[in-house]
Design a binder for this molecule. Structure first.
Ligand SMILES: Nc1ncnc2c1ncn2[C@@H]1O[C@H](COP(=O)(O)OP(=O)(O)OP(=O)(O)O)[C@@H](O)[C@H]1O
Length: 698
């Protein structure tokens, strides 16, 4: 079904007449519900006429980008949650949308088909859905009424929107002001109650993230009357300054403390709320390894379970469990460490939508979760880029040691000489060039958390023996000292190489192999995964920017590709395609690497890589072989690429290839990429491509 847009001037239809009748007839047909009140506002305050629909108002790209910059915090906090909600709803005829307080759509997650159908109605990034522009509708009416609303088909003011049903909820900043509306618009009018609940939960998650984001320098305090609800969406959450004064609170915190508004809690001290102080809470939380500790409400008998942490921004903070948001919180989502020890900041988790819908993968994750909870080491095997680290992080975040650090070390990327000091640490003056104060090794950093040894096959044999000893004794001895320290960590290791073969060849210790492989998990390559589509859509939303949309053809190409570089390659391809598409729907023209790849043998040794990983041929090698780049383009290639970041360098290669293919005819390249010549020139300039070729006429 294709949705229709009625032109202005269309004769008043039955729906418009009904709206007019209800409003003018003293609205006896409907009570004073939110929809009728909105119709009255539309007619009497904004002078809209249901029989005179307007053309959809859509903001230009430059203005939209300005708004997105202005609302960067809420956008950043909402993106992941919106993608997750979209995946949960699993309905292709629906969109998840976020507007600012003027009703301007900042971000939209939907299938390309649905986006194409509703785009002409203005339901797309930049579309303005305030009540004053679009009459009664989910987003606009939610903002006007400052409350959750469901606007079913004929509830809309204008007939052109009566094929849609929208549910929307407000999203508030930590001060309690509405900053956005979160909306689901679909064809179906069923299940709206259920939808409103899901939307409200998603809005709460975004609000919790906003607190983390805005109060990175404050101490987070999590609490609930039931311990199992701490670190969940239902927890009360406070941001507290160094003096123990409350800077912000989430809704659940207000509710649990019996308060009505932020004004009642702002600037109050922890001692006014609980029978404890911030230093006491921090100390007790650290000694309980950040498991909730009992505290009582001041002047009341109510009991709470609470945890206080050091600010996410401090140097002694480390990764948080996924907790209330399901993902590491923005800004590094950190926590202070157990036993009050200062620890360095752990490697920041990539902000990815983690998709594990493939039944085999999901089952493996479940088994690994159960096993690691009993202290058994997990060995992850799988091709390069198949998601071993992402899997390991997910495992850590749902493990009993989730409140500890996830400390990763890639044994392949460090020189042999450095692995030892990185892993075991060293004391002051251990060797020339050592830091004065000495340094805690990764193993000690992982105390109370998870140690992830990536590319374990590359660990030198002599270090394998030392590691084995640490695993057996649960003690680590830094370089340059005899003193050992007790350590307690979960162990996950990973390799894309076949360890039993290395054991047979004498290159890997057999005893260590058995020690690491308490359970061995084989991660499937992307080409064998059944959740490829969910992964493509989920990653496009995170990699490609807010308005990246795939055409049906592009989606087919992505689904059909053999993906020798696995999920990592998919990420690179999507990011590059979105950059080339520049806001337009992604088409075949934006996937040149796939076109090349499709003709290459399905062998990792021969397939060129988009991202430049060492998976066989160098990036663009196949393309270079087909068309020789002109001397001046090649000349500065290395220099220019070195100045660009990897994505830009990659984009530059693709663009050079296209320019070559079209014999440097900029108009033809612009046409092939479906962008304007000006945009193309801007890209050429930005990517430092020398255009000394006079443009050839077609
Ligand atoms: N399940 C997933 N959901 C979303 N993105 C994923 C998933 N798995 C992997 N990715 C993406 O693919 C990239 C590569 O993943 P990861 O680093 O975990 O692979 P790997 O197997 O550890 O690679 P290597 O063998 O090179 O160490 C990540 O940056 C991440 O963005």
């Amino acid at each position: 079904m294709v949705l229709t847009v009625r032109n202005a001037g269309h004769p008043a239809d039955a729906h418009a007449n009904r709206v007019l009748e209800v409003v003018r007839g003293g609205f006896s047909e409907r009570s004073d519900d939110v929809v009728t009140l909105s119709w009255i506002r539309c007619l009497n305050q904004y002078n809209l006429r249901p029989d005179k629909p307007r053309d959809p108002a859509v903001m230009g790209r430059v203005l939209l980008e300005e708004r997105r910059v202005r609302h960067a915090a809420v956008l950043e906090c909402a993106r992941y949650e919106m993608t997750t909600l979209y995946q949960q709803l699993a309905d292709t005829e629906m969109a998840v949308l976020l507007t600012d307080t003027d009703g301007v759509i900042l971000h939209m997650v939907s299938s390309p088909e649905f986006a194409a159908e509703v785009g002409p109605l203005g339901l797309r990034a930049g579309g303005i859905w305030s009540e004053t522009e679009a009459g009664t509708n989910g987003m606009g009416t939610c903002l006007a009424a400052a409350s959750p609303v469901c606007v079913r088909r004929e509830d809309h003011f204008y007939t052109q929107f009566t094929q849609l049903t929208c549910s929307a909820v407000p999203v508030c900043d930590p001060a309690g002001n509405i900053v956005a509306a979160l909306d689901v618009t679909s064809r179906s009018s069923l299940m709206q109650q259920h939808l409103l609940v899901l939307l409200t939960m998603t809005a709460r998650m975004i609000e919790n993230r906003l607190i983390d984001h805005q109060f990175r320098n404050a101490h987070p305090l999590h609490f609930h009357s039931r311990p199992e609800f701490v670190y969940t969406l239902h927890e009360g959450k406070l941001a507290v300054d160094d003096d123990g004064r409350v800077l912000a609170a989430n809704r659940s915190a207000l509710f649990q403390l019996g308060l009505q508004s932020m004004d009642e809690i702002r600037s109050r001290r922890i001692e006014d709320l609980f029978q404890t102080s911030l230093p006491d809470m921090l100390q007790r939380s650290a000694s309980s390894s950040f498991h909730p500790v009992v505290t009582y409400r001041t002047n009341a008998a109510s009991r709470f379970f609470a945890v206080a942490r050091r600010p996410a921004s401090t140097a002694d903070a480390l990764s948080l469990p996924s907790s209330a948001s399901g993902m590491p919180s923005p800004g590094g989502a950190s926590m202070a460490l157990a036993k009050g020890k200062a620890r360095p900041v752990a490697r920041r988790a990539p902000a990815v939508a983690r998709v594990f819908e493939d039944p085999r993968l999901a089952a493996q994750l479940e088994v690994a979760r159960r096993v690691i909870a009993r202290g058994t080491p997990v060995l992850l095997c799988g091709e390069t880029g198949s998601g071993k680290e992402v899997f390991a992080r997910s495992l850590h975040e749902s493990s009993p040691q989730a409140s500890g650090a996830f400390v990763a070390i890639n044994c392949a990327s460090l020189p042999e000489a450095l692995i030892e000091s990185e892993l075991f640490g060293y004391c002051a003056g251990a060797f020339t060039g050592a830091q004065k104060a000495g340094r805690r090794g990764k193993i000690q950093q992982a105390d109370g958390g998870t140690l992830f040894l990536d590319e374990i096959a590359d660990m030198p044999l002599e270090l394998q023996s030392r590691l084995l000893r640490v695993l057996d004794e649960r003690r680590v001895t830094p370089l340059g000292t005899e003193e050992s320290h007790a350590v307690d960590f979960q162990l996950i290791s990973a390799s894309h190489r076949h360890l039993p073969t290395l054991v047979r060849e004498g290159r890997f210790r057999e005893d260590l192999y058995y020690r690491l492989a308490g359970i061995e998990v084989q991660l499937p390559p992307l080409r064998e995964r059944t959740d490829k589509l969910a992964l493509i859509r989920g990653m496009l939303a995170t990699e490609g920017g807010s308005d990246a949309v795939l055409s049906a053809e592009a989606e087919r190409m992505l689904m059909a590709h053999s993906w020798p570089g696995n999920v990592r390659q998919l990420g690179h391809v999507l990011r590059t395609a979105a950059a080339l598409a520049d806001g337009e729907p992604i088409t075949r023209a934006h996937l040149p690497a796939l076109a090349v790849n499709l003709h290459a043998p399905h062998d990792a040794e021969h397939v060129p890589q988009v991202g430049g990983e060492r998976l066989g041929a160098a990036p663009m090698q196949a393309a270079d072989a087909q068309t020789a780049a002109p001397h001046n383009a090649q000349h500065d290639d290395a220099h220019a690429s070195a100045r660009l970041n990897p994505i830009q360098a990659n984009e530059r290669q693709l663009l050079l290839q296209m320019l070559e293919q079209h014999r440097w005819n900029v108009s033809n390249v612009a046409k092939a990429l479906d962008i304007s010549r000006n945009t193309l020139y801007r890209k050429i300039h930005k990517l430092q491509i020398e255009v000394s070729h006079p443009e050839q006429s077609a």
